[in-house]
Design a protein around this ligand. Sequence first.
Ligand code: KG4
Ligand code: ZN
Length: 331
Amino acid sequence: MNRINILAIESSCDDTSAAVIADGVVLSNCVANQEVHHQYGGVVPEVASRAHQASIIPVVEMAIHKAGIAKSDLQAVAFTRGPGLLGSLLVGTSFAKAFALSYQLPLIEVNHMQAHVLAHFAEDPKPKFPFLCLTVSGGHTQIVLVRNFLDMEFIGQTLDDAAGEAFDKSGKLLGLGYPAGPLIDRYAREGQPRFPFPEPVIPGLDFSFSGLKTSILYFLKKEVAGNPNFIQENLADICASIQETIVTVLLKKLRKAARQTGIREIAIAGGVSANSGLRAALAAMGEKEGWTTYIPDFQYCTDNAGMIGINAYYKYLAGEFCGQDAAPYAR
Ligand code: KG4
Ligand code: ZN
């Protein structure tokens, strides 16, 4: 029997990505990062959609070339329909639709957050169902109860800022560039978490990170008033403290979810799962709680079309296709 080759497109935020997936195995996964946003301290939606326009054709060509297949070998085209920035999503969505029309291929729409969870099926070891996945990115913070490939329940989420946003906004207060998450991670390795920030008290399995940003702001104002060089002199310790607070909040809720559901297969996904403090703390908590933990390879943590293709493969098997009228959604 012929392989099921799927071309997948991801353009929800500031990464233009294309991948080719054969029977659920990633053959190529190409990402063009948009460095242009660094100078603005955050993603500028209009700039992002223009950059997607410039990158999408070369990225798709590269993904097909690297996979070693011809366009005529494809069986379907998949795209991220949402959530994300509408202008960005429109580029990937329109490209996928035009490609599908011209090669007479069926279309598969994919939810970006479901795809982050299914990134775990790109490589071994793969989690066993049911498992819990903490999905932490620049736009979302969710605890997902995953019963099967296409059967997921969102049992906890952030009420305001996402975990990645908490890293990025804290970094902005420290004068770090965008995205600040990886920079805070790097500085934190050299520091000690000796500036305790208050943890939010939120019932159930939900999160809140907006208070953290405010307490960091007041803390810095007070310290800088006494010593104008406070940030430069204590950068590593401040970063370690911010990271420790965010990681502690995330893991306490994850432990609560695990105890409530009795599930011990525990995964993390999304851009923030690249954080070395979170990875180490998850491993330590997993050992204590008797969990089997799963952390995707770095390339599958941040936004990539490989995860979109994996999700699309299971939708293909379930016969879940969409029409040319599938419009992108922001949330
Ligand atoms: O999943 P992702 O690539 O894009 C979204 O869907 O949002 O996540 C991006 C987020 C950014 O907020 C970035 O600062 C954060 O992931 N991030 C990190 C690390 N690497 C990326 N945060 C903390 N530590 C890291 N090493
Ligand atoms: Zn994402």
